[in-house]
Design a protein around this ligand. Sequence first.
Ligand code: HGY
Ligand code: MN
Ligand code: MN
Length: 416
Amino acid sequence: MSVVINIDRLMGRIFELGKIGALAGGGCKRLALTPEDAAGRALVTDWFHALGLEVHRDVIGNTWAIRPDSTGRTDGAPVVMGSHIDTVGTGGLYDGVLGVLGGLEVIESLNDAGIETERPIAVAFFTNEEGARFAPDMMGSGVIQGQLDLDEMLATIGIDGITVGAALDAIGARGNEPVGALAPAAYLELHIEQGPVLEAEGLAIGVVTGVQGISWTEFVIEGASAHAGTTPMTMRRDAGMVAAAIALEARAIARDFGPPQVATVGRMEFAPDLVNVVPERATLTVDLRHTDETVLQQAQARLFARAEELAAQEHCTLARRRLARFEPVNFDPDLVEQVAQSATRLNLSYRRMPSGAGHDAQMFAPNCPSGMIFVPSRDGISHNITEFTAPEQIVPGVTLLAEVALARAGYAQNQG
Ligand code: HGY
Ligand code: MN
Ligand code: MN
């Protein structure tokens, strides 16, 4: 028997949350720990309370809600279904949200069916998964799972000059549960694929085997401002040109290494940023990813060495700062197999695949059996306001999430 989910109820919640931080052309913007994020947190936390769940919040704002086991207790290690509700600046309605509200739908569907479990089941959202305002990404889940240092993260300064600690307090999101307070028996995350594979292969489900390695670096190049018209090219110390050359090197690395190597320059700023002034300072970020740690190290080494050369050639200085660095993660093979077998039992087409994006699940993987379920993304698009997954594609994902969560939590024997 599989749990019957109420897709209309779930889509209603997805659209309701999507109204918060809604962007003019569609999609939404709820950068971590902004007033928009605070409003989203309040709405979802209200939904947790409305189901009578026991709500907890920790020292960096991670929030989880526990459904008691069949004896009414919530102190056992729960099976956790989680993800995030913060978004990037051009966010869609489904990235992260589907995993949180899908988990809530599983819990409400269990309530509807009167199904009780031997273990507690919980649903959670984690602080600052995106890392767009405050790097690194997966910050909240990294802290509570011991992969990132709490004090270091609270002191992290965002792209707008505010620390994580100050932003937490500005929206009243700091809780009192300590690091390590959430110790799941198993962790499951439903997420949109955010890439083109499932749609291209006509598959319903991605059984995620792991997450590729991530390297985020900020470069700051210092040169000298000069007159754009009077300064001979040989006299320039043009920080902007060094930044542009580093960006082209990042693209060359992806080309030369070939798939699955990817490289992205997401941010680039010049100072004084004026049409007729040679830039004296340039700041850019480079995001490199690969499924193989050794290759990612090679890509990173080439980028760093070339950046030094380019700066020296232009008589500029170069400062480099790590924004994020996570090695590739493999999910628990038994759990991956269980997801695959449940998909087969539900007659769902699927394939095993790694995740190109980072996810909270990778922070739980060293501590408990962790796994992920993907559903297709239209045109493979995400981090874009046109991100879309149809309700009929969501149903299999949530049904499979329920199936695996129940298997891990154990049906209580005294089912009516
Ligand atoms: O960057 C990522 O992969 C994720 O969206 N935080
Ligand atoms: Mn996400
Ligand atoms: Mn994302």
